[in-house]
Design a binder for this molecule. Structure first.
Ligand SMILES: [Zn+2]
Ligand SMILES: [Zn+2]
Length: 260
């Protein structure tokens, strides 16, 4: 499989996953022109995108969905519990929406979902397994426990939210209520919590961790990266040896990671 983050952050999210038989996107928070350009750079016709898997209805995950679906008509999967709120925000996409409830198979991929603690109607992370390898993407999650480790077990690559530095958020100039929302149970995952999860991932078969959905105001790629590296070191682990870590960015397409 291959995994590429086309854009990741509070201003938009879209990932591309390629298996032998499928080309899919997770979320479509990216404008049409940019998406078409990024796909062309990978020699993929936008008509060949088989499906888009939506995590939840927040704008940064769907603002490009209608434009893309109007033109290219892929299938769009969304969890049944997030379906209504998503449909209210869309027009051209609605007849393409396929709500699901249980884990299911799409072409050569087994698709499973993880419920995220987040202030949307319903928010899921995804795991895609092609029988040889698996990848997972989990963002927009206020808190994590060991369930996430089980869900990501043996995923060679995981994209995990590392939204904000706790100190930068609490000392920044966001209004009190917004700070409370972001840092709360139904908000976004801090660097510190992502770093603790990185430690746990080392012993469950995750080889590469992509830190994503970074805040533009309360984080920097360096802060996210070094917080994770420090936490690994504290636990006798080493970035590059026990797990590889990359930060995926808002205004830069990531490299295409070969998952093997
Ligand atoms: Zn969200
Ligand atoms: Zn988001």
């Amino acid at each position: 499989m291959k995994f590429c983050s086309l854009t990741s952050g509070s201003k938009g999210n879209c990932s591309l996953i390629i298996s032998e038989q499928s080309k899919i996107l997770v979320d479509c928070g990216i404008n049409l022109n940019t998406l078409e350009k990024f796909l062309a750079e990978e020699n993929i016709s936008a008509y060949k995108i088989d499906a888009i898997f939506v995590t939840h209805e927040h704008n940064d995950h769907i603002f490009g969905l209608d434009a893309f679906c109007k033109k290219y008509r892929p299938r769009v999967f969304v969890h049944k519990k997030g379906f209504l709120e998503l449909a209210k925000k869309l027009y051209w996409t609605n007849h393409l929406l396929t709500p699901f409830e249980e884990d299911f198979r799409f072409k050569d991929l087994s698709v499973s979902t993880f419920v995220c603690s987040h202030d949307s109607s319903y928010c899921v992370g995804y795991r895609f397994d092609d029988g040889k390898n698996a990848v997972a993407q989990i963002t927009d999650i206020g808190e994590v426990d060991n369930k996430i480790v089980n869900f990501c077990k043996n995923c060679r690559l995981v994209l995990l939210e590392s939204n904000h530095d706790e100190f930068m958020l609490s000392n920044g100039d966001y209004p009190y209520l917004l700070k409370k929302r972001i840092a709360g149970r139904f908000g976004h995952l801090s660097n510190e919590k992502a770093a603790q999860t990185a430690v746990k991932f080392c012993s469950c078969g995750v080889r590469r961790l992509l830190l994503g959905h970074l805040s533009q105001n309360n984080n920097t790629p360096e802060t996210a990266f070094f917080t994770a590296c420090n936490e690994l070191e504290k636990n006798g682990l080493q970035e590059g040896k026990d797990i590889k870590i990359n930060v995926v960015k808002q205004f830069e397409k990531s490299e295409v990671f070969e998952v093997e």
